[in-house]
Design a binder for this molecule. Structure first.
Ligand code: NAG
Ligand code: NAG
Ligand code: NAG
Ligand code: NAG
Ligand code: NAG
Ligand code: NAG
Ligand code: NAG
Length: 539
C-alpha cells in the first residue's frame, strides 16, 4: 500500500515537472505583475517576455554614469520582472527577476560592486543564460556615490546586509509563483563588494544559499576603506617628494618586481605564481651617482613603496589590514588608488557620509580616525565572523577566489579570513575543504583581467560572453563547478583558468593553468612546457 502510494507520488512529481516546462510562459509572465503585487512591501513596475538575443537598454543615468553597462544582450528567452521593495519607512531596493523559459529549478542571486548602487545586468544575463531564475538588486541606492548613506542609516543597512537578503526572500517567492513550484537549489555569485555580500549571507543568513561563489571579497571592510586612505597618507599629492607616477609604477617598479620575483616559481613568464614568496626590495631602485633619474627612485620614494607593500597597524599596535602582494603595479588600479593625488572616492565617501560628515577634510585622515571608523563598524559591515557552523551544518558550500596580483583588495586579507574561520571552528584544511575552498589565482587583477590565466567562468566576461558547452564545463567554470559540488557532491580541487592571446578567444589559447586551493601551492615541475597545466601540481 505504502509502496503504491510512493509510486503515485513519484508520478505526480514527475508530471508537475513536465507542467513546469510546458506551461503557458507568456501568459504566466503577464500574470506575475498582479500575482507578485501581493508580496508584502512590493511595487511591481512591469513584467515582459524578452527573447534571447535582445539588446536591452537601461534608462538609468545615475547608473550609466558609474560605468555599469547601460545595455545588455540577453542570452535566454525569459520573463523580466522589475519591482521595488521597501525595506523601512525611509529605504528600499529596486530589483529585477529574470526568469528563463528553460528553467533548471535553480535560483541565483547576484551582487554589486564598490559603494554601488546598480543592478549588474551582465551577471543577470549570465545567470538566466545558464537557466537559473536570477535576481539582482540595486543595494538600496543608485549610483556609485556613498552620499545616500548620509543621515540615512536604513539606506546603509540595505548596503551592508539587507538588499541581498530581501532580494532573496522576494525573488524566491516570485520564482515559486511564476513556475508554480519552488526552486530546488539556491546560489549566489559576486565579486569585490559582491564578494563581501556573499560572505555576509554565509555568516548571517546561512539559509539563503546552498552554494556561494565569491571573488576578491571586501572583508574587514572598515579597515579596507582606511587602507585605501593610507595610500594617500604615504604617497601624497603629485608635488610631494614621496609621490610616484603611474609610469614609474607600471614600468620601473613592476619590472623590478618581476626581475626580483618572477623566476622564483621556475618560469620567467611575467606571472609570480605565489607572490607570498616574493620579499620585494624597492631599495634596489634607489638612484646612485651617474644613474639616469628616469630609471631610478629617490630614497624617499623607495621608502614610500616599501610602506605601500607593508601592513597597517593601529595606534595600539594591532594589525588593521595586511600588506599588498607585489605583481599588480601594471594594472589600471594604480591610477585609482596610488596616483590620484587625493584619497580615493571609496574612502572619502565613507568618511564623509558614514563615519563623519561632508565638511570633514579627508586629506587630514589619520590613524585615530581610522581607529574610530573601525570601532564604529556600522551594522557589522566588517563581515569578518569566523564561525560558519550554521552554513556548514546545512551543507552549504562556498568557493572563494582571489587574484594574486589584485592591488585593489589584498589577497592576503582573504588568507587571513580563511585562517580565521579555520581557527574559530577548529578545523584543519582537509575539513575546511568540506564546505569552504579558497583558490589563489596567479597573475589575476581585481575579479577579472591580468597577465595570468584569469578566465575560469567566474562571470560573463570570463567566458567571453559565449555560453558554449566548453566554456560551461565544470572542470573549467567556477559557477557550474559550484553547482556540481552542491548537487552531486563532486568538489572542485582546482580551477582551470585560461589565458587567451590578447584576451581574445578567436586568437587562441596562450596558456592555461590549474589554480590550487589554499593552502596548497602551484608548483612547476621545472622540465615540462610551463604553458600546459600538466607541468604543474598542487603541493
Ligand atoms: C493567467 O491569468 C488568467 C486569468 O486569471 C488565467 O486564466 C490563466 O490561466 C493564467 N495563466 C497562467 C499561466 O497562470
Ligand atoms: C546594444 O545597444 C547599444 C545602444 O543602446 C549599442 O551601443 C550596442 O552596440 C548594442 N549591442 C549590440 C550587441 O547590438
Ligand atoms: C531550451 O533548451 C533546449 C534543450 O536544452 C534547447 O534546445 C533550446 O534551444 C533552449 N531554448 C532557449 C530559448 O534557450
Ligand atoms: C514590510 O516592511 C516593513 C518596514 O517598512 C517591515 O517592518 C515588515 O516586516 C515588512 N514585511 C514583510 C513581510 O517583509
Ligand atoms: C533607482 O533606479 C531604479 C531603476 O533601477 C528606479 O526605479 C528608482 O526610481 C531609482 N531610485 C532613485 C532614488 O532614483
Ligand atoms: C634617461 O632615460 C630616458 C628614458 O629611458 C631616456 O629617454 C633618456 O634619453 C635618458 N637620458 C640619458 C641622459 O641617458
Ligand atoms: C562562441 O564560441 C564558438 C565556438 O568556439 C565560436 O564559433 C563563436 O564565434 C563564438 N562567439 C562569440 C560571439 O565569440
Amino acid at each position: 500500500m505504502l509502496g503504491k502510494f510512493l509510486f503515485l507520488q513519484t508520478i505526480l512529481l514527475w508530471l508537475s515537472g513536465i507542467y513546469a516546462t510546458s506551461f503557458d510562459f507568456d501568459s504566466a509572465c503577464d500574470n506575475i505583475t498582479s500575482q507578485a503585487a501581493s508580496i508584502a512591501n512590493t511595487t511591481i513596475f512591469f513584467s515582459e517576455v524578452v527573447p534571447a538575443g535582445t539588446n536591452l537598454s537601461f534608462d538609468n543615468p545615475t547608473c550609466d554614469a558609474t560605468g555599469v553597462a547601460s545595455f545588455q544582450v540577453t542570452l535566454a528567452d525569459m520573463c523580466r520582472v522589475a519591482l521595488s521593495v521597501s525595506t523601512s519607512d525611509q529605504s528600499g531596493i529596486a530589483m529585477e527577476a529574470w526568469l528563463p523559459r528553460n528553467w533548471t529549478g535553480r535560483f541565483l542571486s547576484t551582487g554589486n560592486g564598490g559603494l554601488g548602487g546598480c543592478i549588474q545586468y551582465a551577471d543577470m544575463a549570465y545567470g538566466a543564460g545558464l537557466g537559473f531564475a536570477t535576481v539582482g538588486a540595486n543595494n538600496g541606492h543608485n549610483g556609485s556615490s556613498g552620499q545616500p548613506f548620509f543621515d540615512h542609516p536604513e539606506v546603509l543597512a540595505d548596503y551592508v546586509f539587507r538588499s541581498v537578503h530581501t532580494n532573496v526572500l522576494v525573488g524566491e517567492e516570485i520564482t515559486k509563483m511564476f513556475y508554480g513550484s519552488p526552486h530546488r537549489f539556491s546560489y549566489y555569485f559576486g565579486c569585490s563588494t559582491g564578494g563581501r555580500q556573499g560572505f555576509k549571507s554565509v555568516q548571517d543568513f546561512p539559509d539563503d544559499f546552498d552554494g556561494v561563489l565569491v571573488g576578491s571579497p571586501g572583508l574587514n571592510y572598515n579597515n579596507l576603506m582606511s587602507y585605501f586612505g593610507r595610500y594617500f597618507n604615504i604617497l601624497g599629492t603629485p608635488d610631494s617628494p614621496s609621490f610616484i607616477t603611474a609610469d614609474q609604477w607600471s614600468n620601473l617598479i613592476h619590472e623590478n618586481v618581476l626581475k626580483q620575483c618572477d623566476a622564483i616559481d621556475g618560469v620567467a613568464d611575467g606571472i609570480i605564481e605565489d607572490p607570498s614568496l616574493c620579499d620585494y626590495k624597492p631599495e634596489e631602485l634607489i638612484c646612485i651617482p651617474g644613474s639616469n633619474s628616469s630609471d631610478c627612485l629617490t630614497a624617499t620614494q623607495a621608502a614610500a613603496v616599501r610602506q605601500v607593500f607593508s601592513p597597517m597597524y593601529d595606534l595600539r599596535g594591532n594589525l588593521m589590514f595586511p600588506k599588498l602582494r607585489p605583481g599588480g603595479e601594471d594594472t589600471v588600479y594604480v591610477e585609482l588608488i596610488f596616483t590620484g593625488g587625493t584619497p580615493v572616492s571609496f574612502t572619502s565617501d565613507w568618511f564623509h557620509y558614514v563615519v563623519f560628515d561632508p565638511s570633514f577634510d579627508v586629506t587630514k585622515l589619520d590613524l585615530a580616525d581610522y581607529q574610530h571608523a573601525e570601532d564604529l563598524n556600522p551594522f557589522n559591515i566588517a563581515t569578518f565572523k569566523g564561525d560558519l557552523s550554521a552554513f556548514r551544518s546545512r551543507n552549504g558550500k562556498v568557493m572563494v577566489y582571489h587574484g594574486q596580483a589584485d592591488i585593489l583588495g589584498s589577497p592576503v586579507e582573504t588568507e587571513l579570513y580563511y585562517n580565521h574561520v579555520a581557527r574559530t571552528m577548529g578545523l584543519p584544511p582537509t575539513k575546511m575543504d568540506d564546505f569552504m575552498r579558497f583558490f589563489r589565482i596567479s597573475g589575476m587583477s581585481h575579479c577579472v583581467t591580468g597577465d595570468g590565466a584569469w578566465q575560469f567562468g567566474q562571470n560573463l566576461l570570463a567566458v567571453g560572453g559565449n555560453l558554449t558547452a566548453e566554456n560551461l564545463n565544470p572542470d573549467r567554470n567556477a559557477l557550474t563547478a559550484l553547482v556540481r559540488w552542491v548537487e552531486e557532491g563532486i568538489a572542485p580541487d582546482t580551477l582551470l583558468g585560461t589565458k587567451y592571446v590578447n584576451d581574445t578567444p578567436e586568437l587562441g589559447v596562450e596558456f592555461s593553468r590549474r589554480h590550487c586551493r589554499y593552502p596548497l601551492r602551484n608548483t612547476y615541475d621545472r622540465t615540462g612546457d610551463s604553458t600546459v597545466p600538466e607541468s604543474w601540481s598542487c603541493q
